[in-house]
Design a binder for this molecule. Structure first.
Ligand code: SAH
Length: 196
């Protein structure tokens, strides 16, 4: 298959913000992802009180689910609208504060303290700002990253995880000549070269 057809494609942050404004968010699902339910044990290994990262989180309902289990959830999302909708749709009170290390960024935290959503680009984060994570739920994240940014994304993600972490990654298989993305087509061979 010819994956070259997607290589040059770029979706800007402005376009993502517009998708949220227009309600053009077909990627958002009200039901928990069946693969997270299926592979929950692989993510948690029976451990409790983990720090779990949701890159490019949108308003993923799984964040509430994992927080309710007692884990500490951190997400990053460029759309402030998405972040606010997450808290309001789950009736979660929250506070908002600037992130001193990142100009223009805000952190939205549930009053109970176990859900923290950074509103900024993921590329602004580093482990010195958000710490390291025991688990990652990557759905609609790597596949939403512009193909030209994949290497940078993967290197950043690797820098954000602890040694004994689990990383669940959801990708989609399709003919990349028939759809311009996102979600982009990320073949397994590329995942291996990105993450080793
Ligand atoms: N993971 C979520 C959302 C997937 S769609 C889910 O499963 O529903 C991808 C999301 O990434 C969009 O909400 C978009 O606004 C956000 N996004 C795109 N580029 C980003 C970036 N560089 N940093 C942070 N968020 C970004």
């Amino acid at each position: 298959s010819d994956i070259g057809s997607q290589k040059e494609r770029v979706v800007t942050e402005e376009e993502w913000l517009q998708k949220w404004e227009m309600g053009n968010i077909g990627f958002h699902k009200e039901q928990r992802h069946p693969l997270l339910q299926k592979y929950l044990d692989v993510l948690l290994h029976g451990r409790s009180g983990l720090r779990i990262f949701f890159p490019l989180c949108g308003k993923a309902v799984e964040m509430k689910w994992l927080a309710d289990m007692g884990h500490s959830v951190v997400g990053v999302e460029v759309s402030e609208q998405a972040v606010k909708e997450f808290f309001s749709e789950h009736s979660l009170p929250y506070c908002e504060e600037p992130v001193p290390e990142i100009s223009g960024a805000k952190m939205f935290q549930s009053t109970s303290g176990n859900i923290s959503l950074y509103c900024c680009s993921i590329y602004d984060l580093s482990s010195s700002i958000v710490g390291k994570f025991d688990g990652v739920w990557d759905r609609g994240a790597l596949v939403a990253v512009n193909p030209c940014d994949r290497q940078r994304y993967a290197s950043l993600m690797i820098s954000l995880v602890e040694k004994n972490s689990s990383y669940l990654l959801v990708t989609v298989l399709y003919d990349p000549n028939k759809h311009k993305g996102p979600p982009f087509y990320v073949p397994e061979s590329e995942i291996k070269s990105l993450f080793g």
